[in-house]
Design a protein around this ligand. Structure first.
Ligand SMILES: [Zn+2]
Length: 174
């Protein structure tokens, strides 16, 4: 994974860029939560589930079906908090959740993502890996490798995200 905080970058920059009229605050917060949700599967390590298992890290919570179904469930349960049209809510939540496995697939390590669960247990990577894979232990972030991880996330996720956000805000103000 990129660090969990970096997974929030996609909905955050997209939502703030589009503005609170298009993406109200409640919807923005839900998008951020969904972008981070798939990594709740790291708890499986504590339960002794192997990394390569579908219920292990980057398994079913990183699948395409999870990214399409969970936003529908969230809307079914909490639609009235979002104050935006159903289609817009669904699109924003789905893009937010899907961005998680896409970012994981361009990291330099770990196992790939289980996009095709439940049809296949295969793990996938994108054709190119540019984001240095984040270590699980927080203590590793003080090492030179940890600094490289942070730099690669700033370069490949935060910088384009902030530029996109700034351009969108500028376009809206014109
Ligand atoms: Zn992940």
């Amino acid at each position: 994974m990129p660090t969990i905080i970096t997974h929030a970058a996609v909905p955050l920059c997209l939502g703030l860029g589009l503005g609170s009229k298009a993406i109200p605050r409640g919807l923005l917060l839900a998008g951020i939560a969904l972008a981070m949700l798939p990594d709740a599967d790291v708890l499986s390590f504590k339960l002794g589930v192997a990394y390569g298992n579908v219920f292990g890290h980057r398994g079913f919570t990183h699948s395409l079906i999870f990214a399409f179904v969970v936003p529908i469930l969230v809307l079914w349960l909490g639609r009235r908090w979002f104050k935006a049209s159903l289609m817009r809510c669904w699109a924003f939540l789905t893009v937010s959740l899907l961005s998680h496995s896409l970012l994981d697939s361009v990291t330099t390590g770990g196992k790939g993502v289980g996009w095709l669960w439940p049809w296949s247990d295969e793990r996938f990577f994108a054709p190119w890996q540019v984001i240095k894979v984040a270590p699980f232990a927080l203590s590793k972030y003080t090492t030179p490798y940890g600094h490289q991880v942070i730099m690669s996330e700033l370069l490949w996720v935060w910088a384009p995200g902030v530029i996109f956000m700034a351009v969108m805000i500028w376009l809206r103000r014109r």
